[in-house]
Design a protein around this ligand. Structure first.
Ligand SMILES: O=C(O)[C@@H](O)[C@@H](O)[C@H](O)[C@H](O)CO
Ligand SMILES: [Mg+2]
Length: 402
């Protein structure tokens, strides 16, 4: 069996997505998500200019060998662009293999570990009251787990406060929107938000919160400690995690569960965090961490240390990634939760899929493969529209973490 051709499809149904489509001499095709928010064209070029020429003529069934070839063969290892491109190839090849086997991808991975996948949605509001109302709406939609992000008094344009209802898209301009951050205002406010949420809705639902890399380790320890009475499911990205051992300080001072990893792209980014049990959930994804092949390795390492998966699932990860992720989530034994920020109807039309939301969970389909396709004619109607993520500065102008 041979790969005969492959192409990159860039489309923008409300936001940019990059998709790799691989064709074979047996007429079976596969697709993979290659979207890296704000750097989409870098991955598109990496695929078109560097990876696709290497794929033509190869046997698509040799998933592991192709993964090793693309990872070791680049010489320059790791990194978000490289690993997102490899992920797209890997996901497309798993899609092809499952189609050849005539089974949904989760069966090929080892079968069901669960009947449905617990997900969390993204409730947000411009202020505490609006955020409390938004959480109530997600409860009414049937969500069992809800992330709460709020505007913060005295801070304009805080991360996580969307412009829409169910959808949150932070990439908003050709050049980075500049926002201002104030940690003390945030640390004063966050406990009040979760106190109000627990007073209003009780402890029946999981509440999550994304710190989004904005604290120092000690500030993160303070936040975790202050939120303990509200028993969050997790606080995410409490501090930038390049220095994995920074999480020892946070772990030492709080029992609030910790999640990290959406910006990670290989097992090396989280090996210490997992082996020292400094986190409770690993957030790595099919699209940014080298595909199914590498994500399985991360999950298996995590399982040895009772760390569970909690994959990222924002709107900038396409339905192709969500579809593949759901098959992964259906199989992986140490599953924790899946982020599901929903996509717009325009996006869903470009990427027809067989997964569905029901009673706070997602259920993957039984279609052979990962169950997601791309309508190329419709995709062609949405040309690439440059957009990138904001940046944050402190009041004195210091460049900070957004
Ligand atoms: O946990 C999350 O969903 C966030 O961290 C994302 O909204 C993130 O900011 C975007 O995916 C960045 O493109
Ligand atoms: Mg996040």
């Amino acid at each position: 069996m041979k790969i005969t051709s492959a192409r990159v499809i860039v489309t923008c149904p409300g936001r940019n997505f990059v998709t790799l489509l691989i064709e074979t001499d047996q007429g079976v095709t596969g697709i993979g998500d290659a979207t890296l928010n704000g750097r989409e064209l870098a991955v598109a070029s990496y695929l078109s200019d560097h990876l696709i020429p290497c794929l033509i003529g190869r046997d698509p069934q040799r998933i592991e060998d192709i993964w090793q070839y693309l990872y070791r063969g680049a010489y320059w290892r790791r990194g978000p662009v490289t690993m997102t491109a490899i992920a797209a190839v890997d996901t497309a090849l798993w899609d092809i293999k499952a189609k050849l086997a005539g089974m949904p991808l989760y069966q090929l991975l080892g079968g069901r570990s669960r009947d449905r996948v617990l997900v969390y949605g993204h409730a947000n509001g411009a202020d505490l009251e609006q955020t409390v109302e938004a959480v109530g709406r997600y409860i009414d939609l049937g969500y069992k787990a809800i992330r709460a992000q709020s505007g913060i008094p005295g801070i304009d344009k805080a991360y996580g406060v969307g412009r829409g209802e169910l959808h949150y898209e932070p990439a908003d301009a050709r050049l980075p929107t500049e926002t201002v951050w104030d940690t003390q205002k945030y640390l004063n406010f966050a406990p009040k938000l979760f106190e109000k949420l627990r007073d209003t809705y009780g402890f029946e639902h999981h509440l999550l919160h994304d710190v989004h890399h904005r604290l120092t380790p000690n500030e993160a320890a303070q936040l975790g400690k202050s939120l303990e009475p509200y028993r969050l499911f997790w606080i995410e990205d409490a501090t930038p995690a390049e220095n994995q051992e920074a999480f020892r300080h946070i772990r030492r001072h709080t029992t609030t569960p910790l999640a990290v990893g959406e910006v990670f792209n290989t097992i090396w980014d989280c090996k210490q965090l997992i082996e020292e049990q400094l986190i409770d959930y690993i957030r790595t994804t099919v699209v940014h961490a080298g595909g199914i092949t590498h994500l399985r390795r991360i999950a298996d390492l995590a399982a040895l240390y009772q760390v569970r998966t909690g994959s990222h699932g924002a709107t900038d990860l396409s339905p192709v990634c969500m579809g593949a992720a759901l098959h992964f989530d259906t199989w992986v034994p140490n599953f924790g939760i899946q982020e599901y920020m929903r996509h717009t109807q325009e996006t869903d039309a470009v990427f027809p899929h067989d997964y569905r939301f029901e009673d706070g969970h997602l259920i993957c389909g039984e279609t052979p493969g990962h169950g997601v396709t791309i309508d190329e004619d419709l995709a062609a109607k949405y040309p690439y529209d440059p957009a990138c993520l904001p940046i944050a500065r402190l009041e004195d102008g210091t460049l900070w973490n957004w």
